[in-house]
Structure formats: structure tokens, C-alpha cells
Ligand binder design. Structure first.
Ligand code: PHE
Length: 354
């Protein structure tokens, strides 16, 4: 009997180990532990044994039942675990990981910065987008009630209803990056040359060439002998380089013509506007250039003596030039983008082209 129990145990263990699925495991369970199974028949046969044999064989038969039960449970767990483990098929093609890319405005901003850095300019980052009236207007020679303020359709920030708690300055969303001229000059002495990229805001109706939120890059160079020729050289160099970096627009082999036009900005004297010949129509006139053949890209001029005085410089000793260029305008020109609003639509069909 001892031998028989041992055999059943070994046989059951072997069969359970070799079993490959739950269905045949169930059959084995019936074969060994079922009512008519092998273990049950041994337990039943105990009654015919002597008291002495019952005492030795009884517990063995019982533990045989327990052991087979454990074998089966362990096997069930193994089979279920195997099912959960994914089968790795190393021949399936890999999934392409999608990487992001830069927005066209970021690309163009970086290119512009790079060009100026190579000409010895430092990049002055930041500056507050919520500016106060002094920096946005007064210090730039645009006093209160000056008609030039009308040119800037301004978003004013609501004043606090409790003046003791709130800010009493007249705050606004900066309408240009020129306030950074003042902020920089207050803290530094000439000579220097800087560019300042930044976000600006204008309260105006949007159309293909106007947005309420756009970007400017301000340029300022001040020193003892800085003159208009220096300025013309830098501007020409800037456009030459910009349009030879990456030629993706129809401007490929065309020469970019620049036009200097007298204009008025209170913080420069003389003041001028710089136009670029429209690269879409080549100057014939189209919807982008509103039929004029030219695109206005920067306001510029020699820094007004009043501005130099406002920051404590001696205008007899120092001169400088400044300009502000619209980043969107440049990108539109370079990539042949017909509508400024496309930069902010978030339409992937547009964005993914860059
Ligand atoms: N700040 C001017 C504008 O917003 C541009 C400008 C910058 C003009 C510097 C002259 C000098 O249009």
C-alpha cells in the first residue's frame, strides 16, 4: 500500500507538470481527486485494513490528497501567469515615435537671433509683457495726450477698485518692445548693441496681416560714433543673411529689395519705415501687400535725444539707432504664408509643414 501511494503521487506529479492547458488539468483533477478517482479509492479501501495499518497508512493517504491538490493549484497559477505574459514577436515593425518640432515663429526667431549674435549683438531676454505707461510711452518721448499714442491701440489693465491694495500705475499690455530700450539703458552704459525679442499686443481688428498678439524683435545700438550708415549696413546684412539661411519660400533666387521710407516715431529722429519688396507677387501687387508691392517690416530710426536724456545719457556724446521688426511679418515673407492668423490657429496641416 505504501508503494502504491508513492506511485500515485509520482505519477500525478509528472502528469500535472506536463499538462499544457486548464482543460486537461481539470481532467487530471477528476482522475485523481474525483469521487471515483484514484485517491478516493485508496481512502475508501482504508476501511478494510487492520487498525495497525489504518494508523500508518491513513495519514499518508490523506497527505497524498493534500499534495496532489497543491500540485494542481500551483499548476493553475502557472498556466494563468503564462497566459498573461505577452508573446513578443520580434519580427513586427516598430512603432514610430512621434517627436515634436519647433513652431515656425520659434524657428524664425532663432534664425534672427543667430544673425544678430554673429554681428556682435547680445540678446536681452524678457521684460514685462504687462508694462507701465512710463516705459511704454512717457520715457519714449510720447507724453500723455500726444497724438502718437493714438497709433498704439492699447489694452489697458483695469485698475484695482481698492487703490491702497492695488497698483496705482497705469498698466497696459505693451504695444511694442521699445520699452526695453529704456529698461536696458537705465541699467547699462554705452557702447552696446542688443536685440530683444518679445511678445506685444494691440487692440485692433484682426485680418490677414493684423493680430492682437504678435512678436517684435527690438534692436538697439548706442555708442560714440554710431551713425545712419552703420544702421543701413546692419539692416541690409540682416536681410541678406535671413534669406539665405533656409530657402523654402518662393523667394529662392530673387534678390530682396529694401526700401527706406521717412516716417514718424516720437522716440527716433529721423524716423523711418523699412519695406521689403513683396516676395509673393514680386512687387506687382497682391492680397498680402494690399496691392502696393511692398511689405512693411520694421519701424526704425536714430534714437531721439530726449530718450537718451530720459535714461541719463549725454546726447551730445552718444548716438544710436533702433528698430523694431515684426517676427510674424518676416516669417510670412520667408515662408510665403498668406495670413498672420495661421500662426495661432493651431491647425496641424499648417504647423506640420515646418
Ligand atoms: N516700436 C515701433 C513700433 O511698434 C517700432 C520702432 C522701434 C520704431 C524702434 C523705431 C525704433 O512700431
Amino acid at each position: 500500500m505504501h508503494k502504491k501511494i508513492e506511485n500515485i503521487k509520482n505519477q500525478a506529479k509528472k502528469e500535472i507538470e506536463q499538462c499544457l492547458d486548464l482543460k486537461s488539468l481539470e481532467n487530471l483533477k477528476i482522475k485523481y481527486l474525483g469521487r471515483k478517482g484514484e485517491v478516493s479509492s485508496i481512502l475508501r479501501s482504508l476501511t478494510s485494513l487492520s487498525v495497525e495499518d489504518k494508523r500508518t497508512i491513513g495519514p499518508k493517504a490523506q497527505s497524498l490528497k493534500n499534495e496532489i491538490d497543491i500540485f494542481i493549484k500551483t499548476k493553475i497559477r502557472n498556466l494563468l501567469d503564462k497566459k498573461r505574459t505577452p508573446i513578443i514577436d520580434i519580427t513586427t515593425p516598430g512603432k514610430k515615435i512621434k517627436t515634436g518640432h519647433l513652431h515656425p515663429l520659434t524657428i524664425i526667431g532663432k534664425e534672427i537671433i543667430e544673425i544678430f549674435k554673429n554681428m556682435g549683438f547680445s540678446v536681452c531676454d524678457g521684460g514685462p509683457e504687462i508694462e507701465n505707461e512710463y516705459y511704454n510711452f512717457d520715457a519714449l518721448n510720447i507724453p500723455k495726450n500726444h497724438p502718437a499714442r493714438e497709433m498704439h491701440d492699447t489694452f489697458w489693465v483695469k485698475k484695482s477698485s481698492n487703490p491702497s491694495k492695488g497698483i496705482n500705475d497705469n498698466l497696459l499690455l505693451r504695444t511694442h518692445t521699445s520699452p526695453m530700450q529704456i529698461r536696458y539703458m537705465e541699467k547699462h552704459n554705452p557702447p552696446f548693441r542688443i536685440i530683444v525679442p518679445g511678445r506685444v499686443f494691440r487692440y485692433e481688428a484682426t485680418d490677414a496681416s493684423h493680430e492682437i498678439n504678435f512678436n517684435h524683435i527690438e534692436c538697439l545700438m548706442v555708442g560714440e560714433d554710431v551713425n545712419f550708415s552703420n544702421f543701413k549696413y546692419i539692416v541690409q546684412e540682416f536681410f541678406n543673411k535671413l534669406f539665405s539661411i533656409r530657402k523654402r519660400s518662393s523667394s529662392k533666387n530673387k534678390k530682396i529689395n529694401i526700401r527706406y521710407r521717412p516716417s514718424y516715431f516720437p522716440f527716433v529722429e529721423p524716423g523711418l519705415e523699412i519695406d521689403i519688396q513683396c516676395v509673393k507677387c514680386g512687387g506687382k501687387g497682391c492680397n498680402i501687400c494690399a496691392g502696393s508691392g511692398w511689405l512693411e517690416v520694421m519701424g526704425a530710426g536714430m534714437v531721439h535725444p530726449n530718450v537718451l536724456k530720459a535714461v541719463g545719457y549725454n546726447p551730445k556724446k552718444y548716438q544710436g539707432f533702433a528698430f523694431g521688426v515684426g517676427t510674424e511679418r518676416i516669417a510670412m515673407l520667408k515662408y510665403n504664408i498668406p495670413d498672420i492668423r495661421m500662426f495661432y490657429d493651431g491647425d496641424l496641416r499648417f504647423i506640420n509643414q515646418f
